[in-house]
Design a protein around this ligand. Structure first.
Ligand SMILES: Cc1cc2nc3c(=O)[nH]c(=O)nc-3n(C[C@H](O)[C@H](O)[C@H](O)COP(=O)(O)O)c2cc1C
Length: 373
């Protein structure tokens, strides 16, 4: 019996196993719309063996895009293009499908990661004004964002709800709000990026207020039977910043506001904060949250080994494991993990002849010297 490959119930949805393809921006959209790249990329990942495949950070209005090539969900054309991807994944794939909604805040208006000049776009390159909790740049060389006005806060909340309506029409099973990685929502949580003096700044209660309002507003749009979650920052890795104790209390309130799960990430609050990466550097935050709060908790970060993933679930560190780079490297990671753990997993019938037992190549190689004849 594998804990990793046991089913997971989330609201009215049952996932076949506890493996989640993490949202991963592809920086390949045109005017925020998905295209053939997304069709092929997500079509393959829908057959990865994972119980759930999350679609990358998808932005709620034009200025919220991290780069001009990020996905958006604020026009009919974008909705149609993403609906085509989802229809394809449903017809060829096995995984449940989720979407992550994001506003990039002061990290918006950037170059794609492989651009010769990384970092923020200049006005000549088409850069636009960014908006964040306070008028504090992400780092040196980044533009100073506009501090969100009360009108901005209402408009952005409405944009999250409108995008959630579109995600519902498209037929996604799961919706996730991005509350980490230094983006708009995280910029409210962290004292490093939030110097507001109104009801959204200062005390812990004030700094978490906007996120809770967003969850409550989106929950009104997103049906109770469908899972709603948040990618949460566990820590800023900075003594003057957001801490795991803050995160635990936020998760309690997210649960009360209607979140069905949290995915515990960390870092990227400012350009200079350094994540102390190492084995279980981040999964241990999931363990803390799981011990403290009765909510479905996902671990993410440096999970690539099937036995490690199995242990995280079996030892109760997390309810699900979320993998990003492992799936880029091996788009059938979960099928291969099942082979390794000796578990049967649903695979496309056309791939049946590659299953262990059906294909001699899947057996352990015979290392005895080859004889003649
Ligand atoms: C190419 C790439 C794109 C990413 N885009 C997103 C994203 O859209 N949303 C998000 O929450 N995290 C994003 N991430 C972070 C991953 O989801 C994940 O949290 C992080 O890579 C750690 O997991 P890993 O060690 O399994 O890669 C991205 C990571 C990569 C490698």
């Amino acid at each position: 019996m594998s804990a990793l490959f046991s089913p997971l119930r989330l609201a009215d949805l049952e996932l076949a196993n506890r493996i989640v393809v993490s949202p991963m921006s592809q920086y390949s959209a045109e005017d925020g719309a998905a295209n053939d790249w997304h069709l092929v990329h997500y079509g393959a990942l829908a057959n990865s063996g994972a119980g759930l495949m999350m679609v990358e950070a998808t932005h709620v209005d034009p200025e919220s895009r991290g780069t001009p090539a990020c996905l958006g969900l604020y026009t009919d054309a974008q909705e149609q293009a993403l609906a085509r991807v989802v229809a394809t994944c449903r017809s060829v794939g096995q995984s449940a499908l989720g979407l992550q909604l994001n506003h990039s805040g002061r990290k918006a208006s950037g170059n794609v990661p492989w651009a010769a000049t990384r970092g923020p776009l200049t006005p000549e390159q088409g850069g636009w004004e960014t908006v964040a909790a306070s008028a504090i740049p992400f780092g040196e060389g980044f533009p100073t964002p506009r501090a969100a006005t009360p009108e901005d806060l209402e408009r952005i909340k409405t944009a999250f709800c409108d995008a959630a309506r579109r995600a519902l029409r498209i037929g996604f099973d799961v919706l996730e709000i991005h509350g980490a990685h230094g983006y708009f929502l995280h910029s409210f949580l962290s004292p490093l990026s939030n110097h507001r003096t109104d009801a959204y700044g200062g005390s812990f209660d004030n700094r978490v207020r906007y996120l809770i309002e967003i969850v409550q507003a989106v929950r009104d749009v997103w049906p109770a039977g469908k899972p709603l979650g948040m990618k949460v920052s566990s820590t800023d890795w900075d003594d003057a910043g957001w801490t795991i104790d803050d995160a635990v209390e936020l998760v309690r309130r997210l649960k009360a506001a209607g979140c069905d799960y949290v995915c515990m990430s960390s870092g990227a609050t400012t350009a200079t904060t350094k994540v102390r990466i190492g084995p279980d550097y981040q999964t241990r935050f999931a363990q803390t949250v799981k011990q403290e709060v009765d909510i479905c908790t996902w671990a993410v970060g440096l999970i690539h080994d099937p036995e490690h993933a199995e242990r995280l679930i079996a030892d109760n560190w997390a309810d699900a494991v979320t993998l990003a780079r492992a799936f880029l490297d091996d788009p059938r990671w979960a099928v291969h993990a099942a082979n390794r753990l000796g578990v049967e997993v649903k695979r496309p019938r056309t791939y049946g002849r590659a299953a262990p037992g059906a294909w001699p190549g899947a057996a352990k190689p015979d290392l005895a010297p080859a004889g003649k004849g």
